[in-house]
Design a binder for this molecule. Sequence first.
Ligand code: FEO
Length: 186
Amino acid sequence: MEGIIIMLTKKIEAALNDQLNFELYSAYIYMAMQAHLRFQGLNGFANWMQIQAQEESVHAMGFYNFIIDRGGKVVLKAIAQPKTEWKSVLAVFENTLEHECIVTSRINNIAALAESEKDFATRNFMQWYIGEQVEEESNANGIINDLKLAANSKETLLMLDRERAQRVFAFPLIPGGMKAPGAAAP
Ligand code: FEO
């Protein structure tokens, strides 16, 4: 049996390909939000969104590599067009939280499907994403709370914008799914 790859079931392969597309869609949404914030001169919040989009691209590549490692076929589908306008910075981050809650529910559904299909390698792979979603929701929620406290104060908004300029990209190392450039997968 050595050397034989246990293939993904078609159902799991389709669910993983759908999520690969959804992570790319997430990157696309955050790029659109970045563009909107840059246009408004809020370069700190825009920086936060730029890094968010970079992270989503890596999340997508996690699924891409995992599908291949399991002997499946990656199928790239069209990415839906994101919104281009938001009525306030608060609306941008409320939309971010709303989107991340959808991602969480999708990730949970794939984990549940993997369990029901007794595909424990996929179930194990999904664990990293389950943990990541706790952070994703918490990050968006934290910014929403700050923006609500800022209320209509332009000074506080600018201070919050400058704080978000400090965010730097850290390559997300996804066990079993990610090959970081120049680094061995964990
Ligand atoms: Fe890849 Fe923001 O979830």
